[in-house]
Ligand binder design. Structure first.
Ligand SMILES: Cc1cc2nc3c(=O)[nH]c(=O)nc-3n(C[C@H](O)[C@H](O)[C@H](O)COP(=O)(O)O)c2cc1C
Length: 414
C-alpha cells in the first residue's frame, strides 16, 4: 500500500518541488506522479546540475507545467520564481543536495531554486540525499540544525544502499511515498511548526490487534490503521516527537515516527504502558481486541470429519485505557477512540467518564464509506468538560489534522 493520503474535496494544494543535483533526482519523477494523482498541483524548479541528471521534459510532462530552471530567458515580465512564490502553498526540495542545504541555511540566492526558496515564506520540507560521509560532515550537520531551528522539516535520509556504493550510515533519500505524505500532512495542518516551540512527545496507537487461535488462525477486526497513521503523520508534520505503536498493517510508517510493532492486545498493553511514562499526549486510535481465545493451540487445529466443530472459549483482554486511568497524571492528555454501531453519543460519554479520558473521538462504524477500512472518516470529538465537536466526512488526514488541532490547542502543556 504505497498511495498517498487522500486530499479532501476542497481546494487542492500547489506544491513547489525543488529538484537539486543528486543522483536521487530520478526518484522525484515518481514523487511528482504520486502528488498529482493525489490531486496536488505540482510546479517543478530544477537546478542546473539536476538538469544534467534528469531531463526537465520528464518533470514538465508529469507535472503538466513548464519546469523553472533559470532566472533568465523566461520571456515574462514577472520572474517565474516570484510568481510561483505567491502561488505555492508549500516548498518541497527532494532530493536536497549538500549544496542546496548550505545555500538555504545561509541565504544564498544564485539560481532559480535558491532564489525562489528565499522569496517563499510558507512551510518548507527537504529530503536530503547524499553520500553518508557528506551527510555526517559537520558543515552539513550544522546547516541542517540551522534549518530545523527555522521550522524546516527534514525528511530522511535513510540508511541503506546509496549510488556511490558506500553502505555505512544514512544518505539515501526517503521513498517518494514518505516525502509525498509528509507534504500533504504539512498542507493539511494549516499551521507550520512554530520555530522554538517545545516538541511534545506524542504516542499514537493504530491498527487492529490479532489474537491467535493456533499458529495459522487469529481473531481480528476490520481496522486498517489509517486513522492512527494519519494522526501520527500530522503530529510529525507539526514538529512533534512521535512514537507509533502499531498492530499489523501494510501502511508505510510516516516519516520521522518511531514505530513499535504490537501484534496482540497484550503486546500493545506492554508497549503503551512503557511509552506512556514519557508521553505528553497519548492517542489510542488502535482497535484493540476486547477478547481473545482463552487457549492458543500449539499446533494447527485439524478438521475431523464427523466430529463436533471446536467450541471457542473466549477470555477478556486487558482494558489498556482503564489500566492507565489509575496512573494518569494531570500533565498528560489522553485521547481515546470509540467505534460504535449504536447509541454513539451515550456510549461515547460513558466511556469518556469511566476511563477518565480528556477527549474521546467517536465514530459510527458500519456506515458505508467512513470508518473502518475506508480512506474517509466522520467523527464527533467529546471533551471531558462536556463540549463536543463534529468533524464532517473528509479524508482521514484532514480529520486527523482537525482532531490534533482540537486536542493540542486546548490540551495540557507538558
Ligand atoms: C552523478 C552525480 C551524482 C551526485 N549526487 C549527489 C548527491 O546525491 N548528493 C549531493 O549532495 N551531491 C551530489 N552530487 C554533487 C552535486 O551535484 C554538486 O555538489 C552540485 O554542486 C550540486 O548543485 P545543486 O545543489 O545546485 O544541484 C552528484 C554529482 C554527480 C556528478
Amino acid at each position: 500500500m504505497d498511495d498517498l493520503w487522500t486530499i479532501g474535496g476542497g481546494r487542492k494544494p500547489v506544491i513547489a518541488l525543488g529538484v537539486s543535483g543528486s543522483i536521487a533526482a530520478y526518484k522525484s519523477a515518481e514523487l511528482v506522479g504520486k502528488l498529482t494523482r493525489a490531486g496536488a498541483e505540482v510546479r517543478v524548479l530544477m537546478t542546473a546540475n539536476a538538469c544534467r541528471l534528469v531531463a526537465p521534459a520528464t518533470f514538465s510532462t508529469l507535472s503538466r507545467h513548464p519546469v523553472v530552471d533559470s532566472l533568465w530567458d523566461t520571456g515574462r515580465w514577472q520572474p517565474e520564481h516570484v510568481e510561483l512564490a505567491e502561488l505555492a502553498d508549500l516548498l518541497v526540495i527532494a532530493p536536497a543536495t549538500a549544496n542546496i542545504i548550505g545555500k538555504l541555511a545561509h541565504g544564498i540566492a544564485d539560481d532559480a531554486l535558491s532564489t525562489f526558496a528565499l522569496s517563499f515564506d510558507g512551510s518548507v520540507i527537504i529530503a536530503p540525499a547524499m553520500n553518508p560521509r557528506m551527510w555526517a560532515h559537520p558543515a552539513v550537520v550544522e546547516n541542517c540544525a540551522i534549518l530545523r531551528r527555522r521550522g524546516v522539516r527534514i525528511v530522511g535520509p535513510e540508511p541503506g544502499r546509496v549510488a556511490c556504493g558506500d553502505l555505512e550510515g544514512a544518505g539515501r533519500m526517503s521513498e517518494p511515498v514518505l516525502i509525498g505524505n509528509a507534504a500533504l500532512a504539512a498542507w493539511q495542518l494549516h499551521s507550520a511548526p512554530v520555530p522554538g516551540q517545545p516538541r511534545r512527545r506524542i504516542v499514537v496507537t493504530a491498527g487492529p490487534t490479532r489474537e491467535e487461535l493456533d499458529p495459522v488462525r487469529f481473531l481480528s477486526n476490520r481496522s486498517s490503521g489509517r486513522m492512527g497513521y494519519a494522526l501520527a503523520e500530522c503530529a510529525a508534520a507539526a514538529g512533534h516527537q512521535v512514537v507509533l505503536i502499531s498492530g499489523s498493517t501494510e501502511l508505510p510508517v510516516p516519516a520521522g515516527c518511531t514505530m513499535i510493532p504490537a501484534v496482540t492486545a497484550a503486546e500493545m498493553a506492554v508497549a503503551v504502558k512503557q511509552e506512556f511514562a514519557a508521553a505528553d499526549l497519548l492517542i489510542m486510535a488502535a482497535a484493540v481486541a476486547d477478547f481473545r481465545p482463552a487457549e492458543r493451540a500449539g499446533q494447527k487445529l485439524r478438521k475431523q470429519t464427523g466430529s463436533q466443530a471446536p467450541q471457542l472459549q473466549l477470555a477478556w483482554t486487558e482494558d489498556i485505557l482503564a489500566s492507565l486511568a489509575a496512573d494518569k497524571r494531570s500533565s498528560r492528555t489522553v485521547v481515546g477512540f470509540a467505534a460504535e454501531t449504536e447509541d454513539l453519543v451515550a456510549n461515547a460519554r460513558r466511556k469518556l467518564g469511566n476511563k477518565k479520558l480528556d477527549w474521546l473521538v467517536a465514530n459510527q462504524v458500519g456506515c458505508p464509506g467512513v470508518g473502518f477500512d475506508s480512506s474517509d472518516n466522520e467523527v464527533v470529538v467529546f471533551a471531558a468538560d462536556g463540549r463536543s465537536t463534529a468533524i464532517p466526512k473528509a479524508g482521514k488526514l484532514e480529520v486527523a489534522a482537525k482532531i490534533l488541532e482540537l486536542v493540542m490547542n486546548v490540551g495540557n502543556e507538558p
